[in-house]
Design a protein around this ligand. Structure first.
Ligand SMILES: Cc1ncc(COP(=O)(O)O)c(C=O)c1O
Length: 423
């Protein structure tokens, strides 16, 4: 049996209808922006392996950081113990976060970072003795696949089997220029029972790379402040320069109370989640003596895994290099030039960009289950490019090391795909 056949026999893959699944490509190695399969075929990883890889695969600086850390301490219980990588990473993150952020809580991935944020927000009001129990989110939101994160996400085919188990969340319209979002938020906030508002800043990734204005984000955060509602920025996808700034929230002046981070946090090497909060939130969990019920009773076996923390520190050091910033600007400029070249093509309903994220929405059948999806996916794979369409939307979220030549190869394939879809 080949590896691919054994895989089919043994393994259940995520987000995959296994009955008619396209055979999985067996990746043997990866380097920089490339994946190589067992037959030696090369693929450009234009989606950074589910949006996690920042600096390219097998980066020697990250490999060295992992190896160094492994020779010291690879894993230790994080209650009663700490270690240098966890402390160093906390220091590094706080240097880049808005100055209202003061504490770092570690978990495992994007979904758990969101779970922690929600529990932190709900327990903050519980500990404060105020009856604020409601959550507000945005239509189209995706915050992860665990139950709390699913509850905070828009109801969709993803959540349908579980809807009756999810807690009640009120959804405001996606904040486009002519939407009623601000009015909807204000009306809900005025009732005084809203604990928190959770949002993906500037870009809703899973919804199809839907983008909104920083000014709108600033106004939403202003309303949270005005009505004493905790604001939770889910930067799991948008963090670490994806939108051109370190965090998407850096495009405006408002300061969220809580941040959720993951994906690019370790440069795409190890799973790790982080939830950060203000000193005010943290202080609400402090108590003396026997009043232990104010404690935040949450943790995971691998909380603050030293290998993950060490590689995250190294990844942020790479992000801080001038060379990386130049690459981010180069990719952003390149996307802008390409977007203006194709924007009037009849095959396209919309082309949009936020920093290094470029999304192209095809005209025709909309939505995650659009028939275009598989056709486009297989077309790009045949061209040696990994682009995983979200229905009728294709997008580029490349690692920052991608060359101009590879970007041009992708742009050329995208232009060719217009005629495939139209034929
Ligand atoms: C904005 C956002 N939040 C949370 C998550 C969940 O992250 P994970 O898949 O690491 O659990 C995702 C994943 O795509 C995401 O895009």
């Amino acid at each position: 049996m080949s590896l691919s056949e054994k895989d089919k026999h043994l393994i259940w893959h995520p987000y995959t209808q296994m009955k008619d699944a396209i055979p999985n490509i067996v990746v043997e190695k990866a380097e920089g922006a490339y994946l190589f399969d067992e037959k030696g075929n090369r693929y450009i990883d234009a989606v950074s392996s589910w949006w996690v890889n920042l600096h390219g695969h097998a980066h020697p600086y990250l490999a060295q950081a992992l190896q160094n850390q492994f020779s010291k301490i690879e894993q230790v219980i994080f209650a009663g113990f700490t270690h240098a990588p966890a402390v160093k990473l906390a220091e590094k993150l706080l240097q880049h976060l808005p100055d209202n952020q003061q504490k770092i809580f570690y978990s495992d991935d994007g979904s758990t970072a969101v779970e922690v944020a929600l529990k932190m927000a709900f327990q903050y009001w519980y500990n404060s003795g105020e009856k604020k129990t409601k959550l507000l989110a945005l239509e189209g939101a995706y915050h992860g696949d665990t139950f709390g994160a699913m509850s905070a996400s828009s109801r969709s085919a993803f959540t349908a089997p579980f809807n009756s188990y999810l807690f009640d969340v009120e959804f405001a319209d996606f904040p486009s220029q002519d939407s009623n979002t601000l009015l909807q938020l204000e009306t809900a906030f005025k009732k005084g029972d809203v604990a928190a508002f959770i949002f993906e800043p500037l870009v809703q990734g899973t919804a199809g790379m839907k983008m909104y204005d920083p000014a709108m984000l600033e106004k939403m955060l202003g309303l949270c402040r005005k009505y004493n509602v905790l604001s939770i920025a889910d930067e799991v996808f948008t963090g670490f320069y994806r939108t051109g700034n370190f965090f998407a929230c850096d495009h405006q002046q408002g300061q969220p109370d809580i941040f959720c981070l993951s994906k690019g946090l370790t440069g795409g090497v190890m799973p790790l989640g982080v939830t950060t909060c203000t000193g005010k939130i943290y202080n609400a969990f402090l108590s003396d003596g026997t009043d232990k019920v104010r404690t935040f009773f949450h943790g995971h076996s691998y909380t603050a895994n030293p290998l993950a923390c060490a590689v995250a520190v190294a990844s942020i050091e790479l992000l801080e290099r001038e060379e990386t910033k130049k690459n981010i600007e180069r990719i952003t400029y390149s996307h802008t030039t390409f977007a203006s070249k194709i924007k009037d093509n009849k095959s396209i309903a919309d082309v949009r960009q936020s920093g290094t994220i470029l999304a192209i929405e095809f005209a025709g059948e909309k939505g995650y289950f659009s028939a275009m999806r598989n056709e486009l996916y297989l077309f790009f794979i045949s061209k040696g490019i990994v682009l995983r369409p979200l229905g009728n939307v294709i997008y580029l979220v490349p690692p920052y090391c991608i060359s101009d030549k590879d970007l041009d190869e992708i742009y050329t394939a995208i232009q060719e795909s217009f005629s495939i879809i139209n034929s």
